[in-house]
Design a protein around this ligand. Structure first.
Ligand SMILES: Cc1cc2nc3c(=O)[nH]c(=O)nc-3n(C[C@H](O)[C@H](O)[C@H](O)COP(=O)(O)OP(=O)(O)OC[C@H]3O[C@@H](n4cnc5c(N)ncnc54)[C@H](O)[C@@H]3O)c2cc1C
Length: 438
């Protein structure tokens, strides 16, 4: 048994993890698969004391690539960081990338991840052509839009609860260069931020905004909107972007480091750094897509108790008003959030319980302080539920089954498909026990 945790380092469970290059072997009899543990809460964890869990991190072989069609097939443990090093210099990018490159293909499928281009490209699952997976009765199946389509759709964003992904086939995006042309714009309040994101979504394929979560009054929701597109060859440096070296956090920080004052100081400095006039120009793709990867193990800053990331999506028409309510609730609590991010979401994913819907997504990192953090999440959830929004399960650790089910009635149809393939409930996780009553 080992102590297992997700990126938020909360919760922690004891569980048995099997690690091997031979994914077919370790997935036989395992109750769950996990990749690089970059989901925040309990999605990649077994229920307390249970196992075995199959770790895919050594099953990372590239299996096939067609340079004419851009179709790539790899083992589920293939890491996006390796993908980028190999393929960006050749002019190919992942069609969707989350905010860290230390994720596995299996994890990207099982969370049906979204990126800064969601309003244009949708979720990762839209670009997946086929999956090879082991289902609960031990069979290995090839599934796609044409073969077992229901299982395919339940598996995109299905958090590993429909089977163990062994191989993933998806279509890459051909890019004009490996560099990004980016433009940053300072905005004075949340209404301006939403308006700016909306306007940018017509002309920019990639957008995201950072919010000063402790700003109040007229400045509530002030922040920086970042826009980007792949640079044209005549704009980009001729050499391929070098891999950036990262610093790492050597120890768990003590709790007092993250006070409301330190968060306030950080947010103020970050907001002012941009300057009113904004900046534009060529940026390294890693600086644009993965700014947090510069600091390895940055989750240790939150100390041993860890943190949660609260991420929700709220429908477009009420985004301004509901977003302000969420920010006010966060600011009124004792918690501060270093990292508060707003994204524009486009169409709903193909996955039966994929997170995004047309609207605005907000995400806040909050230190885990026990009851006060639980109370904050309850309040945020009440607002989101009332607004017709929902939360991202790959980030969640604290939502109750009752609240989640009310937010996302799609879970019942998805769970029905899951039960057809796993009538005895062999596949399970700490999250599935918490939310689906396994
Ligand atoms: C800094 C940071 C930024 C992020 N930004 C984004 C973002 O912009 N957009 C976004 O959508 N997400 C984002 N995430 C979340 C992250 O991208 C997803 O949770 C991703 O799925 C994690 O991949 P992983 O390999 O670490 O999977 P894990 O965390 O190990 O597992 C995630 C889920 O996938 C399942 N799983 C993993 N491998 C398999 C497999 N082989 N077969 C079946 N199930 C499997 C697990 O059971 C679990 O339910 C971010 C995370 C971090 C830490």
């Amino acid at each position: 048994m080992a102590e297992l945790m997700g990126w938020g380092r909360f919760p922690r469970v004891e569980g048995l993890e099997l690690v091997s290059e031979d994914l077919e072997a370790i997935s036989r009899g395992a109750i769950l698969s996990r990749g690089l543990g970059r989901s925040y809460g309990d999605a990649s964890l077994p229920p307390q004391g249970q196992g075995p869990v199959a770790s895919t991190r050594l099953a990372n072989r590239l299996l096939a690539f067609n340079g004419d069609t851009g179709v790539l097939r790899a083992e589920a443990g293939f890491c996006l960081a390796d993908f980028n090093s190999l393929f960006l210099p050749l002019g190919w990018a992942s069609p969707v990338t989350p905010g860290t490159r230390y994720v596995s293909l299996g994890g990207m499928v099982a969370s049906d991840v979204h990126g800064k281009n969601h309003h244009v490209a949708g979720c990762f699952g839209e670009h997946v052509r086929a999956l090879r997976m082991r289902v609960a009765d031990g069979r290995i199946l090839d599934v796609s839009e044409n073969q077992e389509p229901e299982l395919f759709h339940a598996t995109l964003g299905g958090l590993g609860l429909t089977g163990h992904l062994l191989e993933v086939e998806f279509v890459l995006e051909k890019v004009p260069s490996a560099w990004v042309w980016a433009e940053n714009q300072q905005v004075e309040n949340f209404s301006e931020l939403i308006a700016c994101l909306r306007e940018a979504s017509d002309t920019w394929p990639m957008t995201v905004a950072w919010v000063d979560s402790l700003s109040k009054g007229d400045a509530l929701g002030r922040g920086i909107v970042m826009k980007g597109r792949w640079a044209r060859p005549d704009q980009a440096p001729s050499q391929a972007p070098a891999s950036k070296s990262a610093f790492s956090v050597p120890l768990d920080f003590p709790e007092w480091v993250l006070s409301k004052t330190s968060v306030q100081l950080f947010n103020r400095a970050y907001f002012c750094k941009e300057g009113k006039s904004g900046k534009s120009g060529i940026v390294h793709p890693y600086a644009f897509f993965y700014p947090l990867d510069r600091l390895q193990d940055w989750n240790r800053i939150y100390g041993r108790r860890g943190f949660i990331q609260y991420q929700c999506v709220i429908p477009k028409q009420d985004a301004d008003e509901i977003g302000k309510q969420l920010l006010k609730t966060l600011a009124a609590s004792d918690e501060g959030s270093f990292l508060s991010v707003v994204k524009d979401c486009g169409r709903q994913g193909k996955g039966m319980i994929s997170f995004p819907m047309p609207g605005i997504s907000l995400a806040f990192d909050v230190p885990m302080r026990g009851d006060s953090t639980r109370a904050l999440v309850r309040k945020l959830n009440e607002i989101v539920l009332e607004a017709g929004g929902r939360i991202y399960l790959a980030k969640d650790a604290l939502t109750s089954a009752e609240t989640y089910r009310a937010m996302d009635p799609r879970w019942e149809a998805w769970n029905g498909v899951r039960r057809q393939w796993d009538p005895d409930g062999k596949l399970r996780s700490a999250l599935s026990v918490r939310l689906f009553g396994d």
